[in-house]
Write a protein that binds this ligand. Structure first.
Ligand code: SF4
Length: 90
């Protein structure tokens, strides 16, 4: 799943926040997460436990992973609970 899109459209922060996603700010990219959509399958935690760690607060620390690595892991999320917006406009 492409974490930069919803229904083939680029996500916007406004849309994600209005849909109940929480924002986890990073330097090169922001991660957004919806606990209501999360299917608790754990691909994110297996993908990079430095960034995604259940039980830690905050449970997502965006800058513990590089932009490209975070995108790779976010795109393995099968439910759409994880989204991202790059800050370099790519
Ligand atoms: S990969 Fe997506 S659905 Fe699975 S636990 Fe992480 S956020 Fe939830």
């Amino acid at each position: 799943m492409d974490g930069s899109k919803i229904n083939d459209k680029n996500v916007t922060e406004e849309r994600l926040l209005s849909q109940g996603y929480r924002k986890y700010t990073g330097e090169g990219l922001d991660i957004y997460y919806s606990k209501d959509i999360c299917a608790h399958i754990g691909n994110c935690v297996f993908g990079n436990p430095d960034v995604f760690e259940v039980g830690r607060r905050p449970w997502i620390i965006t800058d513990n992973g590089s932009v490209e690595e975070n995108i790779r892991v976010i795109n393995t999320c099968p439910s759409g609970a994880l989204k991202y917006i790059r800050k370099d406009g790519k």
